[in-house]
Design a protein around this ligand. Sequence first.
Ligand code: IDP
Ligand code: MG
Length: 152
Amino acid sequence: MAIERTLILCKPDAVSRNLSGEIISRFERRGYLIVAMKLMQLDGERARKHYAEHDGKSFFAGLVDFITSGPLVALAVEGENAIEGCRQLMGATNPLKADVGTIRGDFAQSIGRNMVHGSDSHESAERELAIFFDAKDFVTRKHDLERWIIEK
Ligand code: IDP
Ligand code: MG
């Protein structure tokens, strides 16, 4: 069993459409525990750092414009295999390919306005969490994990 921490973003389209609560509740219902959360607007420098792997691609400038265009909600969530599990709840990057029942399959139409971000590996999670949060931002939910989440 691996207890993991991952970065989730309710992107500016989600906040603008008043769906951030709906999205956050999907992670909560799965049992993932929020251990840090911020409503914030990214500047270009932080956005380019977050999406550095896409620098040079045709959609990079549009992606940075969009992610900096309004407030987003950044969350650190924790749980068993949370990195893959959160990606499963999000659905495929292109909403047309995302299953109905996933966040993107239920709420999005186009790839550039797909509502939610989730780290895709341990390395990404560690790198991305450090872009959005300081060590002091995290609370401990060890008691909740032990009581409700982890099989003894
Ligand atoms: P992910 O968000 O599912 O991890 P990535 O491939 O890491 O997908 O791409 C990051 C974000 O960039 C996507 O969520 C999407 O909003 C945007 N994006 C990815 N590919 C395209 C594209 O071909 N056109 C426009 N936007 C794209
Ligand atoms: Mg990605």
